[in-house]
Write a new protein. Structure first.
Length: 487
């Protein structure tokens, strides 16, 4: 009677202990399994009953409990083997998040252990059970065909490996993001909107998959924009290529380029192709490139018909005609407090200047006290430091200006400006500002406020570094001292 109850007691002890230990950490549960496995091994070894296939036979009351111990030995061994596999794979982030193969391998280990227990340890005739299970498998297959399709599609992904965890993929132009997990039923994609898209494996298998991370994470893209048909296509293409220099996220290799894609009676269509180092930079780079392209074309007289933009105005006092730079002066923040007559006076004193590629506009440490307004071309701003040597701070293009702090305070330039392409500029000397300040002392404070606001604007960071050596001291005192104002 005791021998008959012993297998039940052993099995009951294992089950109750397993349930009782569920709230505990996995390490505690694995330690308990290991202790039970060692204990079962010791019992089988002591009774000379190795739990190997072929040891089955008719179980009597005296050996039934040993068969129970052997069955528990196989199940505990399978559990420990799965634990070791999981512990090993957890050190690999890709295997830890791609759960399909670990789950299938664990299921195969448990299934093999159960078959060994049924066939060899307990010597049960399971031929009829297998025949019945075949019919049951057909019924379950029909009922679970969608789930099975997901499983087999996941297996195909594991064999073919079109993507891995951490890769950025695009599915039929509807879902794009980074794969964060792959399991037996679906994949999880972290989209750019910080949403997690759960897509069944069978759906992924039927979709057009584009792996953005293979062979490299470099992403090529393009923007399209239109210009008036009257604008010279060669000049437009050259100006668009210059605009790519103003976007620091555009890679120099492969080289960005612009082409004419469509001719029209009123406007032509152009395409600018470029590459970025990562897909996350794509949208911001497109936005920045479109804005810079528009500014370059606008100030070069190519974005609108020249009849509407290239207007020359004659100064009644001198008879001089000057380019339509008055709108440009109105957009310069440092002059936002000036009246229209004062701006016209400044425009009349602007001096045009042209630069060839490689020509230096001003050198670091120079004290020309001049404001420079770029109307076409690209200037390269570079700084020399003792630690890093000569380095490029960035580029500025048409519609931007630099030198406002030097113009108002005489401070030396903090960088060197060199023409990267053919450039056209206008110069404004500090002597032109002195009569305005003498006539209106309130302009000191206005210039101080406007200059600070101009330096703080994000898209003027490169131009600001060219002249703003330090703005910790109030500019108004430096402006007054430079123009010999006693107050």
């Amino acid at each position: 009677m005791t021998s008959s109850l012993l297998p039940v007691l052993i099995l009951g002890f294992v089950i109750v202990s397993y349930i009782a230990l569920r709230p505990f950490p996995s390490r505690v549960r694995y330690l308990f399994d290991f202790v039970c496995f060692v204990g079962a091994t010791f019992i089988l070894f002591r009774h000379q009953t190795p739990p190997l296939p072929g040891n089955g036979g008719a179980a009597n009351a005296s050996s039934l409990w040993l068969h129970a111990v052997a069955g528990i030995w196989w199940l505990l061994g399978a559990r420990l083997l799965v634990a070791v596999m999981s512990f090993t794979l957890n050190y690999n982030r890709r295997w830890r998040e791609a759960r399909l193969f670990p789950d299938l391998t664990a299921a195969a280990i448990y299934a093999a252990a159960v078959l060994v227990v049924l066939i060899s340890v307990l010597a049960l005739p399971i031929g009829g059970l297998l025949a019945t299970s075949g019919v049951l498998a057909i019924v379950l297959g029909l009922a679970l065909q969608n789930t099975l399709a997901d499983v087999f599609a996941g297996i195909a992904f594991g064999i073919e490996a079109p993507f891995n965890v951490g890769d950025r993929i695009s599915l039929t132009d509807k879902i794009e993001g980074t794969v964060v997990q792959m399991n037996w039923r679906s994949i999880r994609i972290l989209t750019d909107g910080d949403d997690v898209a759960i897509v069944p494996n069978s759906v992924v298998a039927k979709a057009d998959i584009v792996n953005r991370s293979s062979p490299t994470v470099v992403r090529s893209a393009f923007i399209e924009l239109s210009c008036p048909a009257a604008s010279n296509p060669e000049r437009v293409i050259d100006t668009l290529q210059q605009a790519t220099l103003l976007c620091p996220t555009i890679l120099p290799v492969p080289l960005a380029g612009a082409v004419l894609t469509r001719l029209g009676s009123t406007k032509n269509r152009y395409r600018v192709s470029f590459s970025v180092s990562d897909t996350e930079q794509l949208s911001t780079t497109k936005d920045l490139l479109l804005r810079h392209a528009r500014r370059q074309l606008y100030y070069s007289g190519l974005y609108y018909p020249r009849a509407a933009q290239d207007i020359r105005t004659a100064d009644e006092g001198t008879g001089r005609s000057f380019h339509a730079v008055l709108p440009v002066l109105q957009e310069i923040i440092v002059f936002e407090s000036l009246e229209a007559e004062q701006l016209a006076e400044l425009a009349a004193h602007l001096k045009p200047r042209s630069l060839e590629p490689g020509e230096v506009l001003f050198a670091q440490g120079g004290t020309e006290a001049t404001l420079y307004i770029v109307v076409s071309g690209i200037l390269q701003i570079s700084q020399h430091t003792e630690l890093s040597g000569q380095r490029t701070a960035g580029f500025i293009g048409a519609g931007d200006y630099l030198g406002e702090v030097s113009l108002l305070t005489g401070a030396p330039y903090a960088a060197t400006a060199t023409a990267r392409t053919h450039c056209k500029l206008y110069e404004l000397d500090c002597k032109v500002i002195k009569p305005l300040l003498a006539a209106n002392s309130d302009l000191y404070a206005e210039f101080d406020r406007s200059a600070r606001r101009g330096l703080a604007i994000l898209n003027r960071g490169v131009a600001s570094r060219a002249t703003a050596d330090s703005v910790s001291q109030s500019l108004i005192h430096r402006i007054r001292a430079f123009f010999d104002d006693p107050r």
